[in-house]
Design a binder for this molecule. Structure first.
Ligand code: HEC
Length: 400
């Protein structure tokens, strides 16, 4: 018999005395040991709980059970945040309305300041964050543009950028000149990139939403897509989530912004049976059912360039990559091209797109990056420093 079943009655009894009970689930020890998955905490009686609100840090699980790990990230990062310390608020329940924890992280625009000024300390930035900083309102719901992305760095990623002055383009170039081949972010580094859609009052219970007011007009924006990258592994762990409405509803309303799920089905081994990984469900037993988050789906996760048959792994978000060719989207391959050349201003010493598809949508590179991509037009190796897959570093500014 599984230990969690044995412990079940105990949980019920404990619920009255245990302060974090609402936010925790009894650990399934067998499963935990099999996958090495549980970031557990113990209560005074020694019972172990999964701390689902806790930002997970588990390379073993990221490698062996990447889809389940993606869900754990999703839950922890979407746990309602505490604005006082910019962490998950253990006293709130998953699904409660309010800013998600990742929204309390630092946005790219607050990190890469004009003239490469030093950005605020994490603590100071957290203490002074305004609503406008916590939600980056998209400009036009009809299209997907780079400018409408809401990109956030967690504490470890932000502190690494700040401490090493990576917000300065000149500093990046000094590193290239010194012969540094690659940046290396700490294992705790995480980044999120979100995209929103205009929703109606009636949609609110099915969405994570933010309400804004500009010039007397109230707008409700629902979370439509969320990319997550975490540095648990040398080439990161990649995953992407979408609202179920992205499958058919939004593509019919905003055909220019949403590509739908027809071309690339989801793949989720945490929620689906092995013979139908595209079942489009949420995993059971993690406290997602019955909350607004049950309307979100893992479209997939990525930890390698190719699968075990040598086929390139593909993973688009039909909203975030809504203006790209879906069949040639590979998080890792595209992000591997994030490098800094010696002096170029554009941060694109290497081409991002190999061309366009029949619809005119830009395509991406897939599979193992070709060494040829890293040569200039004369076939010479381009001098560059890898940015550790972090495209947002191209927002670094010139010093005064
Ligand atoms: C065709 C190229 C391409 C593909 C495919 C792609 N990205 Fe990105 N990604 C970018 C670029 C370019 C940026 C930076 C945008 C900017 O400048 O603001 C970015 C930014 C991000 C960020 C913000 C942090 C950062 O520094 O890079 C995250 C997180 C992210 N992508 C995750 C993903 C995930 C997860 C996938 C796959 C599901 C993915 N990306 C697929 C090009 C790509």
């Amino acid at each position: 018999m599984k230990l969690n079943k044995l412990l079940m009655p105990l949980t019920l009894t404990l619920s009255s005395v245990c302060s974090f009970n609402a936010t925790a689930v009894v650990e399934d020890v067998e499963q935990g040991e099999q996958f090495g998955i549980i970031d557990s905490i113990s209560d005074k009686q020694g019972y172990k709980y999964r701390a689902l609100w806790k930002e997970p840090q588990d390379t073993k699980m990221a490698m062996n059970n990447p889809d389940l790990y993606a869900w754990r990230l999703f839950i922890a990062m979407n746990w309602p945040g505490n604005r006082d310390n910019c962490r998950a608020d253990q006293d709130k329940e998953f699904g409660a309305q309010g800013y998600s924890t990742w929204q309390l992280w630092r946005e790219v625009e607050q990190t890469f300041l004009p003239n490469a000024q030093e950005p605020k300390s994490w603590r100071e930035a957290c203490r002074t964050a305004t609503d406008a900083e916590l939600f980056d309102r998209p400009t036009d719901p009809r299209y997907t543009t780079l400018a409408d992305e809401d990109t956030r760095l967690n504490r470890a990623a932000y502190n690494h950028v700040r401490k090493n002055k990576l917000y300065s383009r000149d500093e990046q170039e000094r590193l290239v000149a010194q012969g540094v081949k690659s940046l290396v972010f700490p294992l705790k580094a995480k980044e999120a990139k979100a995209n929103w859609v205009r929703i109606d009052e009636a949609d609110k219970p099915r969405y994570h939403w933010v309400e804004t007011e500009s010039e007397g007009v109230t707008e409700i924006w629902g979370l439509a897509g969320l990319h997550i990258m975490t540095r648990d592994m040398p080439k990161w762990h990649w995953s992407t989530f979408e609202h179920v409405d992205n499958e058919t509803r939004w593509p019919s309303v905003y055909p220019e912004a949403f590509r739908g799920w027809d071309e690339i089905p989801s793949s989720d081994s945490a929620a689906c049976p092995a013979d139908n990984l595209a079942c489009n469900q949420v995993p059971e037993g993690l406290g997602i059912e019955g909350t607004r988050w049950e309307n979100y789906r893992l479209r997939g996760s990525q930890i390698d360039w190719v699968d075990n048959r040598g086929k390139p792994t593909i993973l688009p978000n039909s909203k975030i990559e809504g203006d790209f060719d879906q069949g040639s989207m590979s998080c890792m391959t595209c992000h591997a091209l994030a490098v800094k050349g010696e002096s170029n201003d554009g941060h694109f010493p290497i081409g991002l797109n190999p061309g366009v598809n029949e619809e005119g949508l830009p395509m991406g590179y897939v599979g193992v990056p070709s060494p040829e991509l890293f040569l200039d037009e004369n076939g010479e190796e381009v001098t560059y420093m890898e940015l550790d897959f972090m495209w947002s570093l191209r927002h670094a500014q010139r010093e005064e």
